[in-house]
Design a protein around this ligand. Structure first.
Ligand SMILES: [Zn+2]
Length: 301
């Protein structure tokens, strides 16, 4: 993929927001080359209802990633939709949202992938840009660590360690590609613990949460009657979240993202740290990268 990609036509979806429990209508629309991913809150009356999908607009990362513009218009839980855009390599989309939160769907990115594939993708006559990592950038946050490293093949490597018999220690390395995303990552659902869920409900949160849109763990194990989609669904979902959070950089990041016990908070801190260090990255076009790949293969061969 060396050119920018948008949708061939609009796509309509609707579903329940995980935290508000409210039904939200969402329309994905083709957008001009270079506009990026932009959310528009069609239910608001304020002057500026548009919220660009950008790392520096991230306000909260407590239960999901929320972005907010200067006029206070916000959109919550963007990460699974952003992961679908990142996974398929979609650059320019206007996301109209009649409500405060992206629908939870089944808790994974698969329904968004199906929506995008149903609408069809279309390349635009403009070069696709990426952020190439030039030197290591490492961050730490409350026992979590993450690092961006230069790499020939973009990848995300995550390890988790939960004091829970079903999850325990899991590690997964995903080399970014649309086919790989569909097969290995997109279907991995979000997960939570029944005890924490009950606390959230009392706080007026997670009102839309159910066995329909999350893997729920209790003392007995997995509460969902259908069980897990992958034995290591948990770490795969952490990869999905990281892919979505990293895509808020505004372009794909060409490098290795290696994270231990990551969450939305450290994913955003890592992107901010990378982008703040002008010597740690540079803009490249995908065709430059393809040529560089050809040149290094020729040298080796
Ligand atoms: Zn998630």
């Amino acid at each position: 993929m060396t050119e920018r990609t948008t949708l061939a036509q609009a796509a309509v979806s609707a579903g329940i927001g995980l935290h508000t429990g409210a039904r939200v209508r969402m329309v994905l629309k083709p957008a001009a080359a270079g506009s990026g991913i932009v959310f528009e809150r069609t239910d608001l009356d304020c002057a500026n209802r548009r919220i660009p999908a950008r790392f520096d607009l991230v306000r909260s990362t407590d239960l999901g990633t929320t972005i907010i513009n200067a006029d206070g218009a916000s959109v919550a839980t963007v990460e699974h939709l952003m992961a679908a855009f990142a996974g398929l390599g979609v650059d320019d989309v206007l996301v109209e949202l009649h409500g405060p939160e992206i629908p939870a769907m089944d808790g994974s990115s698969m329904p968004f992938i199906e929506l995008l594939e149903h609408a069809g993708l279309k390349t635009q006559p403009a070069p696709r840009r990426a952020i190439r990592v030039m030197k290591p950038v490492e961050v730490a946050l409350g026992g979590r660590t993450a690092v961006f490293l230069p790499a020939l093949k973009p990848a995300i490597d995550v390890s988790i360690d939960f004091d829970n018999a079903v999850i325990g220690r899991q590690q997964y390395r995903f080399e970014t590609s649309p086919e790989g995303f569909r097969k290995e990552i997109a279907a991995a659902r979000t997960f939570g613990f029944r005890r924490e869920y009950e606390t959230l409900l009392k706080a007026g949160l997670a009102r839309g949460g159910s066995l329909e849109n999350a893997v729920v763990l209790d003392d007995e194990g997995v509460a969902n009657p259908e069980g897990l989609r992958f034995a290591d669904e948990f770490v795969r979902h952490k990869i999905l979240d990281a892919l979505g959070d990293l895509y808020l950089a505004g372009a794909p990041i060409l490098g290795l993202y290696q994270a231990s016990r990551p969450g939305h908070g450290i994913n955003n801190v890592a992107v901010r740290a990378l982008m703040a260090d002008a010597s740690a990255w540079k803009w490249v076009t995908m065709s430059e990268m393809a040529e560089a790949g050809d040149a290094s293969r020729a040298l080796r061969g």
